[in-house]
Design a protein around this ligand. Structure first.
Ligand code: SF4
Length: 223
């Protein structure tokens, strides 16, 4: 059993509720989308084939309890669920970031599934598998990457339409099945604008900045 690997590296987790923690990243090759703001285009094409045992050996060398599988799109590869299971069996806390276009239930619920919902600015709003909203568990996280006000309104309205059948403004926090993150595209949408919009609408979401972009604004691969 082999997976196509783009890179394996050790860095600071930057895109979830685990942001700020040291983390080993396993970046898988291949993606079925081409988001307008994609910063990992180098992961589109196949790189090195590695067995699960080889990946586990490499991860072990970093002596880090937190591991994230990312891409590309991890769910494109048939062996990804087995890799998740193997990492869990070794006792790692496992995160898997997915672009939200594929069924997340193929991967163990013991893994923290960080699920994107693509907004219009990505160019792929029609490819969301919205059935994933019913597949979330409380340990999972839902993430909206936002480029502008249109994206914000799309995300806000989807949350309200899905979990609260009332019109704005809402008087109480919305009950949601998993934490929701609103993340502005670095250098595209001002975080302060997004903060003001969230406050104005009383949204029960977390404003999330891409920490690795703040720490290493010029970095490419391996960060
Ligand atoms: S899903 Fe992720 S890796 Fe794929 S094109 Fe979009 S941003 Fe890039």
């Amino acid at each position: 059993m082999h997976l196509n690997i783009s890179e394996i590296f050790y860095s600071i987790q930057g895109e979830s509720l685990y942001a700020g923690l040291p983390c080993v990243f396993i970046r898988l090759s291949g993606c079925n989308l081409r988001c307008a703001y994609c910063d990992t285009q180098y992961a589109y094409n196949g790189q090195k084939a590695m067995s699960i045992d080889e990946i586990l050996d490499r991860v072990e060398g970093f002596s880090c309890p937190l591991v994230e599988i990312t891409g590309g799109e991890p769910l494109l590869q048939d062996e990804t669920p087995a890799l998740v299971d193997a990492l869990l069996a070794k006792g790692y806390l496992v995160l898997m970031e997915t672009n939200g276009s594929m069924d997340i239930s193929r991967v163990s619920k013991k893994c923290v599934r960080i699920v994107d919902i693509k907004c219009p600015g990505s160019g792929h709003v029609d490819q969301n598998d919205l059935a994933n909203l019913d597949r979330l568990s409380p340990v999972d996280q839902l993430k909206f990457v936002l480029t502008n006000r249109t994206d914000y309104e799309f995300a806000r309205d989807l949350i309200f339409d899905t979990w609260q059948q009332e019109s704005l403004p809402v008087p109480a926090p919305i009950p949601v099945p998993a934490p929701i993150l609103f993340s502005p595209v670095h250098g595209c949408l001002k975080p302060t604008d997004l903060a003001e919009w969230i406050l104005a609408d009383h949204l029960n979401v977390r404003l999330h900045l891409q920490m690795h972009k703040i720490l290493w604004p010029e970095a490419g691969r391996g960060r």
